[in-house]
Structures are given as structure tokens and as C-alpha cells.
Ligand binder design. Structure first.
Ligand code: AVJ
Length: 331
């Protein structure tokens, strides 16, 4: 069949962003796919399940830090002024609630500005917050903060007597290479003004087995999350991956201080991607690298924040020092 004939049998309009990422990543050696591809509706649901797994300590550890220190975090950010709270990514709204409650306790009302590329994610994550926490007004902002083209965030003017606290929590920064993380933080810095502050949540280096279990849970939810990327390519790019022909693999790359997730071809196989008019030959054991999750050493996040032009102000952690939340100020 010719390439021109296949779109007729293919009902969905191809997303060029996804097509380009799959084309580039799957024809490279080693093969790779970007981690943002995980988050279609099914993937977002699987990720929510991950955050409740006994092995996945990140979410509950960060939430416990917020529960214990929310008042101090909000207080230090405000320094006597009124705060509005912005957040990069709308997915972590559950933990954000803890900070919003602390802000409402302090100043009775607060404006919450979640920033996300997806309007629907913003809608579903944020609409009920206004009902759940009286005093909160949600002002969603649809913006792409991950793609560097030099544009600034346009969050709109805060009131004269107001300061902004920007949140980037949940170890989301962990998906970025160190140089990309720095670029992202610089872009965030450029969108804030003197007196504003930034709260960064990072996962810390710890025992290898704890890390591996968090990314390869007994119930297999993370494996399903990893394989869902193939299911998505089947649907969106008319591919014919057999998701069960790929094994989930999580490994600790000590030298680069990151957990890596891969999909490993269980045997030699051929996969076609209709929308790309592409046939791929996988050798037995050949991998697709789907995610990096960087783990920080104590002090490393503060150093990165400083390099990005912030002034680190305070860091909160849990007893085991498994997770850290760093507050930095714009001077
Ligand atoms: C959403 C990037 C913080 O790296 O821990 C969870 C994604 N991947 N399990 C992480 C993820 C596998 C998660 N982040």
C-alpha cells in the first residue's frame, strides 16, 4: 500500500508534535521517546494510581513536608505581603491544596494560578478547588513552559502589594537533563519580579533498592504506565505495537544520578507505524528509553537555583531526607 492510501483508513488527525517525536526517537540509536508522551488520559490516570502506591514514596513524602511546614513556607514567601500562588503543571493539585489552605489561613483569600499546556487538565484539576477551599479563586493560565523559545511567562500583573509564589513541585524537574533544568529555571526567573519566590520539589538520592522499587512496583502499575506509551502510539499514529512484547525495565544510573525507564523487546520483532509510513526492526533485547528521573544530592537544587539567578532562602525535608522542598527568592 502506498503512503498516500493509509490516511483514509485512519480516522484521527495526526498530532504533528507526537509524530515528530516518535519519528526522531524511534529511528535514533538507542531508540527513545519523550516522557511527556506518557500523559494521555489513560497515562494520567495510571500516574495518579502510581502516586498512591506503597513503593512510590515521593508524593506522600512531599505532602507530609507541606502538611508540617506549609505555614512556614507560605509565611517565608509572603514576608508580610499578600501572596498569590502560581503553579507550573496542574497535575499536582492535591498537594497544592495543603499550601492553599495554609495561605487562606494566613490571609483569608488567595488567587491560585495553575499554568499548564493543556486547558482540559487545568479545568479538571482546578475547578473543584474553589468549591473545596472557600477563599481560593482559581485563575488558570494555558501556557507552554517547557519549550524554550525565549518567550517569558505572561502571568499578568499581581496587585501592587502582592507577591507571587511560583510552585514547581512533585519532582517534575527530575525529567529534565541538568542543562534543560537550568534553562527552565532561568525562564521561570525571568517571568517573576523582585520579592516573588519559587518553590521547587526535588527527589533526593537514596538507597538503590528504594529507588528501584518506586519505579518497578509489585502491582505492575508503573509497568502499565510505561507500556501505555505504546498503546498511545498505536492509537495516535496507527502503529501496531504489541505492548506485551515489551518488558518494563527500571534501572539506577548512578553515574548520572537518575532512574531510567526502558521498554525491552522480548524477542526479535517488526513494528509498523502507519502514520509515519515506517517499519521498525527490533532485535531481541533492544530497548526504547522512555524516561529519566533525576535524583538530587543535598545542596544541588539550591546550587541550580542560584545558577538560575534565584537566592535560595530555605529548604525543608523529611526525617529520612528522601525528598526536599526548596524556597528561593527573586532579589
Ligand atoms: C511525574 C516525573 C515526577 O519521575 O517520579 C513515576 C513520573 N515515572 N513513575 C517521576 C514517573 C514513573 C514522575 N514524575
Amino acid at each position: 500500500m502506498s503512503a498516500a492510501a493509509s490516511p483514509a483508513a485512519f480516522s484521527v488527525v495526526v498530532d504533528e508534535h507526537i509524530a515528530a517525536a516518535a519519528q526522531e526517537g524511534l529511528t535514533s540509536q538507542p531508540r527513545h521517546l519523550p516522557a511527556w508522551l506518557f500523559y494521555d488520559a489513560a497515562g494520567s490516570q495510571l500516574f495518579d494510581q502510581i502516586t498512591a502506591l506503597p513503593e512510590y514514596y515521593l508524593t506522600r513524602t512531599e505532602r507530609a513536608i507541606f502538611t508540617e511546614h506549609g505555614g512556614a513556607i507560605v509565611g517565608q514567601a509572603a514576608e508580610g505581603a499578600r501572596l498569590r500562588i502560581a503553579e507550573l503543571g496542574a497535575g499536582s493539585a492535591e498537594k497544592t491544596r495543603v499550601l492553599l489552605r495554609a495561605a487562606v489561613e494566613r490571609q483569608e483569600t488567595v488567587v491560585y494560578e495553575p499554568v499548564d499546556v493543556s486547558a482540559s487538565a487545568l479545568d479538571s484539576a482546578c475547578r473543584c478547588i474553589e468549591r473545596e477551599i472557600p477563599g481560593v479563586t482559581v485563575a488558570p493560565r494555558v501556557m507552554d513552559y517547557t519549550h524554550g523559545d525565549g518567550r517569558r511567562f505572561h502571568l499578568g500583573r499581581a496587585g501592587d502589594n502582592e507577591r507571587r509564589l511560583m510552585l514547581y513541585i512533585g519532582s517534575s524537574i527530575g525529567n529534565f537533563e541538568p542543562h534543560e533544568a537550568l534553562r527552565l529555571l532561568r525562564r521561570v526567573r525571568a517571568g517573576l519580579k523582585t520579592g516573588d519566590s519559587f518553590l521547587l520539589g526535588v527527589d533526593l538520592v537514596k538507597g538503590e533498592n528504594v529507588l528501584l522499587d518506586a519505579y518497578d512496583d509489585a502491582a505492575g502499575v508503573t509497568a502499565a504506565f510505561n507500556r501505555n506509551i505504546l498503546v498511545r502510539l498505536n492509537r495516535e499514529l496507527d502503529a501496531n505495537f504489541n505492548q506485551h512484547a515489551f518488558a518494563h525495565c527500571a534501572l539506577w544510573n548512578r553515574g548520572r544520578s537518575r532512574i531510567e525507564m526502558h521498554l525491552v523487546s522480548r524477542f526479535a520483532q517488526q513494528v509498523s507505524i502507519g502514520a509515519l509510513d515506517l517499519t521498525l526492526d527490533f532485535a531481541c533485547g533492544e530497548t526504547i528509553h522512555t524516561e529519566n528521573s533525576y535524583k538530587y544530592s543535598p545542596g544541588q537544587a539550591e546550587a541550580l537555583l542560584e545558577e538560575a539567578g534565584f537566592k535560595p532562602a530555605a529548604t525543608w525535608s523529611d526525617e529520612r531526607e528522601w525528598f526536599a522542598v526548596c524556597l528561593a527568592r527573586v532579589e
